[in-house]
Design a protein around this ligand. Structure first.
Ligand code: PEP
Ligand code: MN
Length: 355
């Protein structure tokens, strides 16, 4: 932590700040530069709130050198095992299924097609958060039983959203991954509650959440002892209205520098448009995503929720093939680069003279 003092800070304020830091037991080093006074605190202050420092006498700003999300950084897992599937391993993982579960036979038939298409994990909303209270809000507990039956029939692990402690309890025996939706990312009591379950959690980014807020939400879950967190970028709100959201692929690359956690991308909610799901899936894998979450329906236009963004199982198969090819091409390029550091396939050095 570095404290930057106001210009021409009086000596008595500098002394008062140092006395307070002494009382709190911190070790520090005052520094006088040509333009002002700084004070470097040498201890780890990651568990102290910022106001403890920013409100000290004469301080203009307190700059943290390390993030407060220490668990995410130190203990975050680069891969999360879910039954036989490893999320964050060599293979891009695809979670696919209907926005909302619509019936037992419907789900079972779809689950088989998804498995044939190469999907790894079955998604399906039982409890649906809907912006309009008049829209279909899912079949609830009944849908959980259908998901579990589809899991037994296909062997695919199941992910489904929960929005309350009561729903966590109801879903506990039926789902393998608890999904925390965009609307719940800021529900800190819910984050603590899934943190206490020790079950993998798919945490979706809030629609206006900064990356720091997103990572802090993961920290809430991990503080309860649950380290199995998977992040999911699902698009953010911007001024653009042509697409439902703006899929922020910066987030994928940035989160990979901010945390060791697996990062998935949801191009269905990220675009809201069926025809954009395949190109944005390709882009997501190229940006380094560990996998995708995609809404699929046998008859997309007849889906009870999010019909505009639903794709068919045949379209999903093409996306999964793309994802595998892109991942393989990138890892070949990586290996070639390691073998031929002068450039891929030993190509001549590129001349970067500015024009
Ligand atoms: C969903 O995945 O079904 C969903 C509601 O997504 P989000 O929370 O990202 O809107
Ligand atoms: Mn949906």
């Amino acid at each position: 932590m570095i404290l930057v003092f106001k210009s021409e800070v009086p000596e008595h304020q500098l002394a008062a700040t140092q006395q307070q830091l002494d009382r709190l037991g911190f070790t520090y080093k005052p520094v006088r530069t040509a333009t002002g006074c700084l004070l470097i605190i040498l201890d780890d202050v990651s568990t102290f709130p910022s106001h403890v420092f920013s409100q000290l006498p004469g301080v203009e700003k307190a700059i943290r050198l390390t993030s407060q999300c220490s668990l995410v950084f130190k203990n975050g897992r680069p891969s999360v095992p879910v039954r036989h599937v490893s999320i964050g391993g060599d293979e891009p993982i695809v979670m696919a299924g209907p926005c909302s579960v619509e019936g037992e036979a419907h789900l079972l038939q779809l689950a088989h097609s998804l498995k044939d298409a190469g999907a790894h994990i079955l998604r399906g909303g039982a409890f649906k958060p809907r912006t309009s209270p008049y829209d279909f809000q899912g079949l609830g507990k009944e849908a959980l039983a259908y998901l579990a039956a589809a899991r037994t029939a296909t062997g695919m692990p199941v992910v489904s959203e929960v929005m309350s402690a009561e729903q966590i309890e109801q879903a506990f025996d039926y789902v393998d991954i608890f999904q925390i939706g965009a609307r719940s990312m800021y529900n800190y009591e819910l984050l603590k509650e899934v943190g206490r379950t020790r079950r993998p959690v798919l945490l979706k980014r809030g629609m206006s959440a900064t990356l720091q807020e997103f990572v802090s939400a993961a920290e809430y879950i991990m503080m309860q002892g649950n380290l199995q967190v998977i992040l999911c970028e699902r698009g953010i709100r911007t001024f653009e209205t042509h697409t439902r959201n703006t899929l922020d692929l910066n987030a994928v690359a940035a989160l990979k520098t901010m945390t060791p956690l697996p990062v998935l991308v949801d191009p269905s909610h990220g675009t809201g448009r069926r025809e954009l799901v395949r190109p944005m899936s390709r882009a997501a894998i190229a940006a380094g995503a560990d996998g995708l979450m995609i809404e699929v329906h046998q008859q997309p236009n007849a889906a009870l929720s999010d019909a505009e963004q639903a794709i068919t199982p045949a379209m999903l198969k093409d996306i999964i093939d793309d994802a595998r090819r892109i991942r393989a091409a990138l890892s070949d390029a990586h290996t070639n680069q390691a073998l031929h550091p002068a450039g891929i396939h030993g190509a001549a050095t590129v001349n970067c003279t500015p024009t």
